[in-house]
Design a protein around this ligand. Structure first.
Ligand SMILES: [Zn+2]
Length: 201
């Protein structure tokens, strides 16, 4: 196992542990002691089959990598290039403010979109299917990230001209960031692939 294959928490620095401890109301000493590790296990358990294993991002990007869950793509190269570049900037801006964002899902296959639609947890022609949406969570706490994390994600995404769904009527879908405003979605769906590339460039 190389260093990159270890979970995020196993690669934490002292200041990283201090931040984690502060966030979870533990004694802040920067040492992963028993109580701190118990908290890590509790979080891992809460997410069951959704491991927080980090992988090496592909060339040209500092986010994404191998799938964490089967069929859930984390490949930045499958996003529209102009959008992928903005997401790269979004990660940089969030990290500069001390956050550890992680790409959970990028491009979504029509088959997976159909499955989610059947379950009632997604839509068939999602912006993900067009390479125009990403879901970003916290590397440690995933969907249970702090309000500060979601505020930072929203502010920085909007500063880059991106759209965050939780600020546009979908309050529960906090990780979702997309390339275009909600009102432009149907027009965008009707465009050719080439036109979509230009539109988000
Ligand atoms: Zn999404």
């Amino acid at each position: 196992m190389t260093d990159d294959e270890l979970p995020g928490w196993a690669r934490k620095s002292k200041s990283g542990w201090m931040e984690f401890q502060g966030r979870h109301g533990l004694t802040v000493d920067g040492e992963p002691g028993l109580k701190t590790l118990a908290k890590v296990l509790e979080i891992e358990k809460a997410f069951g089959d959704q491991p927080t294993r980090m992988t090496t991002p592909p060339d040209g990007f500092t986010f994404g990598g191998d799938e964490l869950k089967r069929g859930v793509s984390r490949d930045p190269h499958l996003l529209l290039p102009g959008f992928a570049a903005k997401v790269e900037s979004l990660f940089a801006r969030m990290r500069a403010q001390g956050h550890d964002p992680m790409l959970w899902e990028g491009y979504r296959s029509p088959e997976r979109a159909q499955k989610l639609s059947d379950k009632g947890t997604g839509i068939k022609m999602s912006m993900h299917c067009l390479g125009a949406a990403v879901d970003i969570v916290d590397e440690d706490d995933m969907w249970k990230a702090t309000p500060e994390f979601w505020d930072c994600l929203g502010d920085e995404a909007e500063a880059l001209g991106l759209t965050v769904l939780y600020r546009n009527g979908r309050r529960r879908d906090r990780p979702h960031v997309q390339a275009i405003p909600v009102k432009d979605q149907s027009r965008f769906r009707g465009m050719t692939e080439a036109a979509r590339r230009d539109h988000v460039a």
